[in-house]
Design a protein around this ligand. Structure first.
Ligand SMILES: Cc1ncc(C[n+]2csc(CCOP(=O)(O)OP(=O)(O)O)c2C)c(N)n1
Ligand code: SF4
Ligand SMILES: [Mg+2]
Length: 298
């Protein structure tokens, strides 16, 4: 569904969020609400976004909005969807928003139930690749090699940052055969908004996993959020894809990836990485892309 920027409303349905300057999370939500409009009922979970937008009696949302406990985004929006259905409201979108921790870790069981029941909602996971709100702890979406306070680094090299490969939420959710599942990035706003527009027009559970850079947790200047989000895609360390009707589509497949160092080396969380670590990350990337391309070709 093509978006024409000229047709977008000037109305802002999220503003005044007390996030750090350059935070990717409110960019994602603001763009999503531009498409979804004022008849959206939002549930945010405990996270940076929840803590900076939804502190009673204040809220940065100019739509109906509730905050849920850390694991409960999916179960709360399932209830909201049932309530809306009982009341016969047909012009309403139910939107759940959670961070990577609230989605891939503590919220995963409820998300699986939501997808299985195919409740009529949109779930956005904004992914800043760690538990940022509580001081940068690793999540199961933290990339290989990243420093966090719970994936530390030491001088002797016995602690080297994150040692596991992150969970692939796109694969996990699409394995539930939901009507729509996509990855996106705040640095590709048109692609992201077109995915939200598609999700709005489909019935059932729609899941959009949006990469949302975090200057504070990643360690880069706040004005470079868009640049880093783009570099993640250009180096192949994040991808833009869709799953619909059992088919995977790659929305952007760079012919040649930029060197991973161009994205990783300037970030504080990766500054301990050496040449051999970049090679490991490149190999992981190539394996992931081979699987992705095979799925897109089938
Ligand atoms: C059951 C429970 N455990 C822990 C917390 C504390 N807590 C609040 S937000 C958060 C991290 C959220 O991480 P993520 O979902 O990735 O969102 P982010 O803060 O990174 O935006 C944690 C651990 C909580 N609120 N509830
Ligand atoms: S710590 Fe990161 S995710 Fe949290 S408000 Fe700051 S920039 Fe945003
Ligand atoms: Mg997070």
């Amino acid at each position: 569904m093509a978006i024409n920027y000229k047709d977008l409303s000037d109305e802002e349905l999220l503003y005044g969020a007390k996030t750090c300057p350059g935070c990717g999370a409110p960019i994602a939500v603001r763009l999503a609400l531009k498409i979804l409009g004022a008849r959206t009922f939002v549930c945010v979970t405990a996270s940076c976004l929840g803590a900076t937008t939804t502190v009673y009696p204040q809220t940065s949302f100019f739509v109906n909005n509730a905050i849920a406990a850390f694991p409960a985004t999916a179960s709360t929006i399932a209830g909201m969807s049932a309530a809306v259905e009982m009341q016969g409201l047909e012009d309403v979108t139910i939107l759940g928003i959670a961070g990577d921790g609230g989605t891939a870790d503590i919220g995963l069981q409820a998300l699986s139930g939501l997808c299985e029941r195919n409740d009529n909602v949109i779930f956005i996971c904004y992914d800043n690749e760690a538990y940022m709100n509580t001081g940068i702890q690793r999540s199961s979406a933290t990339p290989y090699g990243a420093w966090t306070t719970t994936s530390p680094v030491n001088e002797t090299g016995t602690a080297k940052g994150e040692t596991r490969i992150r969970k692939n939420l796109f694969d996990i959710v699409s394995a539930h055969r939901v009507p729509y599942c996509a990855t996106a990035s705040t640095s590709y706003p048109r692609d992201f908004m077109e995915k939200i527009a598609k999700a709005k027009n489909l019935k059932g559970t729609k899941f959009v996993h949006v990469h949302a850079p975090c200057p504070t947790g990643w360690g880069y200047p706040s004005e470079k959020t868009i640049e880093y989000g783009r570099l993640a895609v250009e180096t192949g360390l994040w991808y833009l894809a869709e799953y619909e009707n059992g088919k995977v589509t790659l929305n952007l497949a760079p012919k040649v990836f930029k060197p991973v160092e161009s994205y990783l080396a300037p970030q504080r969380r990766f500054r301990h990485l050496k040449e051999e670590d970049f090679k490991v990350i490149e190999k992981q990337r190539d394996e992931e892309w081979a699987l992705l391309k095979a799925k897109a070709a089938s």
